[in-house]
Design a protein around this ligand. Structure first.
Ligand SMILES: Cc1ncc(COP(=O)(O)O)c(C=O)c1O
Length: 432
């Protein structure tokens, strides 16, 4: 049975981020519960990356499943132009209530990349509606905002982008002053980054629609962290220059950084925020881009040309909205932020021990996210050493996907301290 399914998989399916020539057959998953994924042979894997950073409260939670099932029985999908429904209205109200006052208009879509495209298109049209032509963006080097063409134009310039270089809009990038425990050079690189930003603004201010930022931590760019003091200073510069500030919280949203959103760590707030991944607890694809009133108001006009003519077929899918409401309700029931604090403390304790016994570098921790680098350059993205390492982790029951030489952990919040400690023991065994 297993072989039959895998044979068909190989015949009919094209998997993401996968080179079929060199990769092994995928793991055939049978079920999942809490932090565990179980394959058809009964092997268990601890989902230390929350299945690409989406799963918040653990797999197959009854509370979320019940809402999904109840919702599917009443209305499973309806178009969202000229129609609305209670799950979308309730979810929008809930999200606005969690965000700073001015972020109060919600545009739904279905994944992180679309939430970013919407933010970018709205930023350009905002200026257009005001009679200005501003269609360039600023972004950090090493950022990642999705795989659609607009999102790629503000993402990191890795090898992924090579074939599309010619057709991707050219934007302006500045250095990300990464920080880690024991880094005493960070202020220098922060100054350099601010100097670069000011230079770009001086030259290009009239062309720049917005800046897009993964606040406090870059995900796919290698789990790199910057200091909040720096980010506050930087955002103020953009705001003082009249540049729209977009926070891409597709990864950082919903508790990952120890607060509901990364913006809750900061005194300076964005004009637009992009949310997806954990919005539904990781159960149904759904995204939301949320705007401040000032921006939205430029689209409300008797001139039809000022309308935001954009929409996705599954915008505000009722089952997705119900899953999101159920997931948000679990934060209080599970005392999720206490659990995140426990995860953070465990990361600190275990990484401190690991650093004494292994040659690891650049330890960084933010809420439930922990990362460190291996001290060897042969661990490059897509290289055999990284694939071998991934396989060794899997063979010992850990789902980890190193980003080049960076190993990171971002478990579901239900993981118990002892389970996480045991995972670190296995990591230590393997990397040593
Ligand atoms: C910060 C950030 N933005 C956007 C995206 C794109 O999201 P999706 O893969 O759902 O399109 C990702 C995905 O990893 C992300 O980490």
């Amino acid at each position: 049975m297993k072989n039959k399914i895998l044979k068909k998989d190989s015949k009919f399916i094209w998997h993401p981020f996968t080179q079929e020539k060199s990769s092994e057959a995928p793991i055939l998953v049978k079920k999942a519960k809490d932090e565990k994924i179980i394959d058809i042979d009964g092997n268990e894997y601890i989902d230390l990356i929350s299945s690409w950073w989406v799963n918040t409260h653990g797999h197959c939670r009854e509370e979320i499943i019940k809402e999904i099932s109840d919702q599917a029985k009443s209305i499973e999908q309806v178009l969202f132009a000229g129609f609305t429904h209670e799950p979308a209205v309730n979810l929008a109200e809930k999200l606005v209530g969690l965000l700073p006052d001015k972020l109060n208009k919600v545009f739904f879509s279905d994944n992180g990349s679309t939430s970013v495209e919407i933010a970018m298109k709205v930023a350009i049209q905002y200026w257009y509606n005001k009679g200005k032509k501003k269609n360039k963006f600023m972004a950090f080097d090493g950022g990642y905002h999705g795989d659609t063409l607009g999102a790629m134009s503000v993402g990191f310039s890795s090898g992924f982008y090579e074939p599309f270089k010619e057709i991707i809009n050219k934007n302006f990038f500045f250095n990300f002053p990464e920080n880690w425990f024991g880094n005493n050079q960070v202020e220098l690189s922060e100054k350099e980054s601010i100097r670069e930003v000011k230079n770009i603004i001086n030259k290009e201010k009239n062309n720049i629609a917005a800046v897009i930022i993964e606040p406090l931590i870059q995900g796919a760019g290698g789990m790199r962290i910057c200091r909040k003091e720096f980010l506050n200073k930087l955002i103020k510069i953009f705001k003082d220059s009249g540049i729209i500030v977009i926070f891409d919280e597709v990864m950082t949203g919903f508790g990952r950084t120890g607060k509901m959103f990364a913006l809750d760590h900061l005194s300076e707030k964005p004009d637009i925020i992009c949310l997806a991944k954990s919005l539904t607890g990781g159960y149904i694809p759904l995204a939301a881009t949320i705007f401040n009133e000032e921006i939205h108001k430029e689209f409300v006009d008797s001139n039809f040309k000022k309308t935001f003519l954009h929409g996705h077929t599954f915008t505000a899918n009722p089952i997705g909205c119900s899953a999101a409401l159920a997931s948000l309700n679990l934060f209080a029931k599970d005392r999720t932020f206490k659990n995140i604090k426990k995860i953070e403390d465990t990361h600190k304790k275990c990484l401190s021990m690991l650093s004494k016994r292994s040659t690891i570098k650049k330890i960084r921790i933010l809420g439930s996210i922990a990362a460190f680098d291996l001290d060897e350059d042969r661990f490059k993205y897509g290289s055999k050493p990284v694939e071998d390492l991934k396989k060794k982790f899997l063979n010992k029951g850990l789902l980890l996907r190193p980003i080049g030489k960076t190993i990171y952990l971002m478990p579901p919040f239900c993981i118990k301290k002892k389970v996480l400690e045991d995972c670190y023991k296995i990591i230590e065994e393997i990397i040593n």
